[in-house]
Design a protein around this ligand. Sequence first.
Ligand code: FE2
Length: 149
Amino acid sequence: MTATPAGVPEHPLGVKVMDDDHAALEALLRAAKALPDDALPSALEEISAEVAAHFTREEEEMRAHDVPVLFCHMAQHKRIIDLLAAARGLVEARDSARLRMFLSVMLPGEIEAHINSVDRMSARFMTGDLAPAAGDELRLPERDILSLR
Ligand SMILES: [Fe+2]
């Protein structure tokens, strides 16, 4: 991720909640790179909370627009949430070097890949750049089969 003007995301998608949240998250990740080791654990907590809040807002927006294959998108969100939870193990192990690597390289890379794949496709549906009929063929059952409900 490279520096962009405040409030402007690196990869604008044309959906306000996505673009605003992505810009804020990118700013947090950039700021974390300059932090001393002893500030990294609190940065991890702040970033984790921001990511979770962003995913909640984004999922609400996608539900409101009936974005197809939402469960697949939400599974990608859960994967990133799980990565953030696993990174707490680095705090417990006092492994500042790997925590810094996670926050400055791995996590930004995961988020950028997410934005440029499923977020971009979802944004195209929400902005009308993809015909709604295109989603009909992509749609999966919107239920959690593991819970057998
Ligand atoms: Fe997303």
